[in-house]
Each structure stands twice: as C-alpha cells, then as structure tokens.
Design a protein around this ligand. Structure first.
Ligand code: GDP
Ligand code: MG
Length: 370
C-alpha cells in the first residue's frame, strides 16, 4: 500500500499502540495519533528504526520469478549431481579437483587443455556426469545459501590422512550440516608414509560424523590426488549417493541457475552459470540480478562452444552488457521485453531502497544534532 495508518503500522511492527505513538513523537513526529496516515516511505523509515528491513513497493510487480517447485519431482529426468569439495587448507582440494578435471573424457578428447573456471563437469566412461564446483573458498557457497539456494547436492569433505581433522574441516562440516547437504569423506594423501587412516576415522567419529565403518551411513573413500589411487571409487561413491538422493530436474521450461563467477576476458564479459532447472541455449534471454542479457554463446570448461546447457551442468555464458555478480540468481525470460523490464524493475527497487536508507541515515544524524 502507498499509505498506512499509525495503528496498522504499530500492529505490523508488533508494538503496543500508546507506546508506539509516544515513540513516534520521540522520533520527531509532530501532532501524531493512532489515526495519522503515513506514506509508504515514511512507514519504511519507521520500520527501519525498529530493526526491520522494509521492502519497498514500487507499484506493479514487473519482476521475474522462479517457477514454483515441480509437483511430482519423481517423474522428472535425472540430472548430474553438483558436488562441492571442502576441507582444511593444504589437505588437497585443488589437487583432487585438478585430477578429476584432467580425467574428464571431454578434456581428453580435446587435447586435455582445460581451464580454470568456476565449475566443470566430468564425463565418466559409464556415460554419467558429475559437476564439480570449484568455488574459491566458501564465500560464494554461503552467499547463495543466504539467498535460499542450495547450489550443491553434496559436499566432499577432504581430510589429509597425515594431518587428520583440523579447524577448517570442522567449519566445512558445520556448513554442510546447516545447509542439510550430505557429505562423503575423502581421506586424501593415503600414498604418504605418515598416513594414518584409522586416526582420521576416529577423529571424524569423535566429531559426530557417522561414518560407514562405525555403523553410520557417511561413505569414506581413501584417495590420493597425487597417484590417482581411489579416485574411481570416489566417483562411484558420488554416483551411489546421487542415486539415493534421486536428483532430478526439468529439462524444459524457463531455465533457472546461479552465477558462480563473473569476469571480463578478452572475448568480453563472461559469467560461469550453474543451471539448476531447464536448459539454456544461445539466443535465450536471461536476467541475473539487475542485468539482462541475450546469450551469445555457451562454452564448457575446455572453452568449447556447446549448443545447450542442461540442468546440473555449468557453462560460461557470453553476451552480457554489464557483468552480473557471483551469487546472483539467473532466470530465463520468455522474451527480450520481459527480461529488460525485470532488470529495470530490479534496478529501480535498488535505487529506492538506497534512497530510503540514505534518508533514514540523514534523519538519524539530524536527530542526534538536536
Ligand atoms: P588445498 O589447499 O586443499 O587446495 O591443497 P592442495 O591441493 O593445494 O595441496 C596441498 C599440498 O599437498 C600440495 O603440495 C600438494 O601437492 C599436496 N598433495 C595434495 N594431495 C596429495 C596426495 O594425495 N598425496 C601427496 N603426497 N601430496 C598431496
Ligand atoms: Mg586449493
């Protein structure tokens, strides 16, 4: 609504009416009573004083929204699992990812020159696919979670066999738990003489990880990113968990995904996007944050152009006029008009919110001076 009465605002903010009116007077409102009418913007300012983050109604909703969740997910096609590798520094995350990346059939077929992008998909000889997120640290993972998205289906918790459980191991565990994402433990560096697999297992158990050997259901795989030992088992474990989770998504309809990385390269602005629903193709119109784009081309991690990006895969998207932000949600729009209107609407929302915040700040300063 554009206007609200003091009584209704007090109700919305859950403050007793006589106290609310008194507090409004203290805030500097003159001749205020419970019948007074406030504008939406003033109400938003007041709400902010009470610790709320008001959303501003700028009229007709021209935003683009994700589709509602599917009614019967079990009838949808399976999609590749999306996997994030976490663990303590130097326990071998990068080494494992590099090994997996090089072992991909696609990279072998194309001379093995793979690039470092925010995610890559490994094609197994069985024809199945696994998508690994290569996010720098946990930051993007957390941002996207704050926006209500679980981009990853599972976490591979890497623990070095010669170092066992360390602070960042526990931190990763905490993240996985709060996101309710299942884990697989990869005990790495088992090629080393100083490796002590049993110690890692008991340390994990002591920290509440219900590993298989101790009667739980968390798979533990011994690997070496250096020699490649156990890596096929790790892929197998991922597929096993994936089957249990029954990971499915629509391949049709308006696509949805997330920006994992965004950068400016000699060929233009590039964003790595993880597709979660639907399929993206060149020519499609999309919106990411406040940016609209028409997809010029899609490329995989080997920098090879692909003609489509189905759910559960990550691609580099070219065609942005403005760079989107990592952590932005990507939504396909039915046409260019809708994409541009939504982007414009979001821009306007942001500007309005900034104005209100600025006003509130100025108000505060003014009151402090008085
Ligand atoms: P990250 O910080 O978790 O990404 O760890 P890195 O992948 O950078 O690995 C840290 C160090 O451990 C590097 O010197 C790697 O060469 C070494 N390393 C990683 N995996 C193995 C392994 O399986 N065996 C041995 N012997 N060394 C490893
Ligand atoms: Mg690393």
């Amino acid at each position: 609504p554009e206007f609200i009465s003091v009584a209704n605002l007090g109700l919305a903010l859950n403050v007793k009416l006589d106290i609310f009116v008194q507090q409004l007077e203290e805030l500097g409102f003159e001749d205020i009573s419970k019948e007074s009418i406030l504008t939406g913007e003033t109400a938003a300012l007041v709400a902010q004083e009470y610790g709320y983050e008001p959303t501003v109604d700028i009229g007709e909703d021209e935003d683009l929204k994700p589709r509602p969740p599917p009614e019967d997910p079990t009838s949808l096609p399976l999609r590749p699992p999306v996997v994030t590798i976490m663990g303590h520094v130097d326990h071998g995350k990068t080494t494992l990812l590099d090994y997996l990346r090089k072992s991909s059939i696609v990279s072998q077929e194309h001379g093995g020159i793979t690039q470092h992008i925010g995610a890559f998909s490994v094609n197994l000889s069985s024809g199945k696919q696994i998508t690994f997120l290569d996010t720098p640290g946990h930051a993007a993972f957390l941002t996207m979670r704050q926006r209500g998205a679980n981009v990853t289906d599972m976490v591979i918790l890497v623990v070095a066999a010669d170092d066992s459980v360390k602070p960042q191991t526990l931190e990763a565990l905490k993240h996985a738990r709060s996101a309710k994402v299942p884990i697989i433990v990869a005990i790495n560096k088992v090629d080393k003489d100083s490796a002590n697999v049993e110690r890692v297992k008991s340390d994990l158990a002591a920290n509440g990880v219900e590993i298989e050997d101790y009667g739980g259901d968390v798979q533990v795989v011994c690997v070496s990113g250096k020699t490649g030992q156990g890596m096929a088992d790790l892929e197998e474990s991922i597929l096993t968990l994936s089957e249990m989770l029954d990971i499915r998504a629509e391949t049709d309809g308006m696509a949805e995904g997330w920006v994992l990385e965004s950068s400016i390269k000699p060929i233009g602005r590039v964003a790595t996007v993880l597709v979660k629903r639907g399929t993206l193709r060149p020519g499609d119109h999309i919106v990411a944050g406040r940016v609209a784009a028409k997809i010029r081309s899609l490329r995989n991690e080997a920098r090879i152009e692909v003609d489509e990006a189905p759910p559960g895969t990550a691609v580099e998207i070219l065609g942005w006029k403005e760079p989107p932000d990592a952590g932005d949600q990507v939504l396909q729009a039915p046409n260019e008009d809708k994409a541009k209107t939504a982007a414009h609407y979001r821009q306007e929302l942001k500007e309005r919110a900034e104005n209100i915040a600025q006003q509130a700040e100025q108000d505060r300063e003014r009151r402090e001076k008085e």
